[in-house]
Design a protein around this ligand. Structure first.
Ligand SMILES: CC(=O)SCCNC(=O)CCNC(=O)[C@H](O)C(C)(C)COP(=O)(O)OP(=O)(O)OC[C@H]1O[C@@H](n2cnc3c(N)ncnc32)[C@H](O)[C@@H]1OP(=O)(O)O
Ligand SMILES: CC(C)C(=O)C(=O)O
Length: 514
């Protein structure tokens, strides 16, 4: 299979992401991880940009042993000299020199005619030749360059001594068929093209960076430039992990491969995200948090029967432990049953159905139902606790300048519905006064505590109360995404158990499953 070289520019183009600034230590940490990932080339920075970047590139150049280290330069002697300086001590140094070739850049930015562009680039490559055996020349904005002129530029670069010619789609303007056609044309029309490597460097302004890079491969590109997590100038660059996984997953189609250690992908992605501060979107291909997570019942059922129904890549391939079945409102019984087994619960079918109905109610209120939520939900209910009172509705009125009041409606075991409104020092006090008014039980609140069962602002709140009546006490627990409702449920639960204890004094409190 044809080998595609991976040129990583996370430390150069990736660092051009607004807001990203990597110091030497951070660049080194990423470079070591890129070595583990097995990239062929590491573009460590733009040494002429600042003394700090020159020093960082030098540190990377001296540290990296298993990849070529590259510095970027404009077609100017002082920039090339800075790269010479920065790459001192490198085991396998290479220069990357560029000049824009498109009519827009020639006219407005460089203010050069075509022949001046050719002369300037040729002079720079020839100047660099005395220092470097490996030189990549980039025709910046190649995507918007006249194809016949791009052939001329490529011919000039080969004659001047470039070993790699890069065809950047600098502004992410290309589509796969146009971009592929550039590579095909260069391969067909430029003499001596077989002596050099052709490289693709794409930007993601129209969301086509990876597709364009793959089109370049299909049309003869030898090297792909990109970054981890696709970070980079504006909308970013081709994401290296996407190209590597596309080639690995669809080898049948592309007939090309990288020599990356794919198991290092997830780790590299996490490190780059941490050090650059650029958060990876959940739905990002390959490395997003949801890339191997399944939420809907039909998908989860398929996954439990056979993973390939909904996964084209196994998460282990990129160094993740496993896929995730996320319980949410679209989940079905198959995934729910599996989760119960995972959590160590053995319930009969009827209990599973009851628990599943409660789970669906909870999932309507909460985005992600976590393991802690399910445990709490299963253990909330005391199967043997008869419901003398059950909560029907709760309404609370609270203002920091008015007295809180609560209206509670309960249903008795006989089916009678009772309603009571009361005021209190706070919302919970008002709720408990209203319940006391309804039940006419003379109880004392001995203990009240509240905790969050899981994380986030939609987390379940769990309230625990202890009520006392004539030296007998009983505990109660209430669970809800609303802490006031959880408070009411806990109080009523404790009351029910207190009444039950009064009827059968020897009975102990026992928590059990639904
Ligand atoms: C497509 C890319 O990603 S290219 C890489 C982009 N990365 C960077 O620019 C980061 C590092 N850059 C820098 O720190 C600074 O721009 C420097 C140090 C390189 C230059 O700074 P300054 O000398 O102040 O120039 P400034 O950035 O304002 O303008 C760029 C100059 O380089 C010229 N230039 C641009 N590209 C090239 C090139 N490939 N070869 C030669 N000259 C170039 C411009 O025409 C302009 O020249 P002018 O001042 O004569 O008009
Ligand atoms: C320097 C070149 C390769 C570049 O970053 C671009 O054109 O996007």
């Amino acid at each position: 299979m044809r080998k595609i070289h991976i040129f990583d520019t996370t430390l150069r183009d990736g660092e051009q992401s607004p807001g990203v600034n990597l110091n030497t230590k951070e660049k080194l940490e990423i470079a070591y991880q890129l070595e583990k990932l097995g990239v062929d080339r590491i573009e460590a920075g733009f040494p002429a940009a600042s003394p700090g970047d020159l020093a960082a590139v030098n540190a990377v150049a001296r540290a990296v042993k298993n990849a070529s280290v590259i510095g970027l330069a404009r077609s100017r002697e002082q920039d090339i000299d800075a790269v010479v300086e920065a790459l001192k001590g490198a085991q396998d140094p290479a220069l990357h020199v560029f000049l824009a070739t498109s009519p827009i850049h020639r006219k407005h930015k460089l203010r050069m005619e075509k022949d001046q562009v050719l002369e300037t680039a040729e002079r720079a490559i020839k100047y660099a030749k005395q220092y470097f055996s490996k030189i990549e020349f980039s025709a910046e904005d190649a995507g918007r360059t006249e194809l016949d002129f791009l052939c001329q530029v490529t011919d000039m670069a080969i004659r001047a001594g470039a070993t790699v010619v890069n065809i950047p789609d600098t502004v992410g303007y290309m589509n796969p068929s146009e971009y592929g056609n550039i590579f095909k044309t260069l391969k067909e029309q430029v003499p001596g093209i077989e002596k050099i490597q052709l490289s693709a460097h794409c930007h993601d302004d129209l969301g086509m960076a990876t597709a364009n890079a793959l089109a370049a491969i299909l049309n003869g590109a030898d090297q792909i430039e990109g970054t981890i997590n696709g970070i980079g100038e504006r909308a970013g660059n081709t994401a290296i992990e996407e190209v590597a996984m596309a080639l690995a997953t669809r080898a049948d189609f592309f007939g090309a491969t990288t020599t990356l250690n794919l198991r290092e992908i997830a780790k590299t992605s996490r490190l780059v995200s941490k050090l650059t501060g650029m958060i990876v979107p959940g739905n990002k291909a390959i490395v997003g948090a949801n890339a191997f997570a399944h939420e809907s019942g039909i998908h989860q059922d398929g996954m439990l029967k056979e993973k390939t129904t909904y996964e084209i890549i196994s998460p282990e391939t990129i160094g993740l432990r496993d896929s995730k079945l996320v319980l949410g409102k679209h989940s079905g019984r198959a995934a729910f049953r599996e989760k119960l087994i995972d959590l160590g619960y053995e319930l009969d079918e009827e209990a599973v159905n009851t628990a599943f109905a409660k789970f669906k109610d909870l999932a309507d209120k909460k985005k992600n139902v976590m393991d802690e939520d399910i445990r709490a939900m299963l253990e909330e209910k005391l199967a043997e606790s008869p419901e003398v009172y059950s909560l029907e509705t709760i309404e609370v009125s609270y203002g920091n300048k008015s007295t809180p009041s609560a209206t509670i409606r309960v249903r008795t075991a006989e089916g009678e519905v009772k309603e009571q409104t009361a005021e209190g020092n706070g919302s919970v006090d008002a709720i408990y006064n209203a319940i006391d008014g309804l039940t006419t039980e003379n109880v004392e609140l001995e203990d009240y505590s509240i905790k969050s069962v899981s994380h986030g602002k939609d987390a379940l709140g769990e309230v625990h109360v202890v009520l006392k009546q004539d030296e007998v006490s009983a505990q109660g627990r209430g669970l809800s995404t609303d802490i006031l409702e959880a408070s009411a449920r806990a109080y009523i639960d404790a009351l029910n158990r207190l009444i039950e204890k009064r009827k059968s004094p020897g009975r102990r409190d026992k928590m059990s499953l639904i």
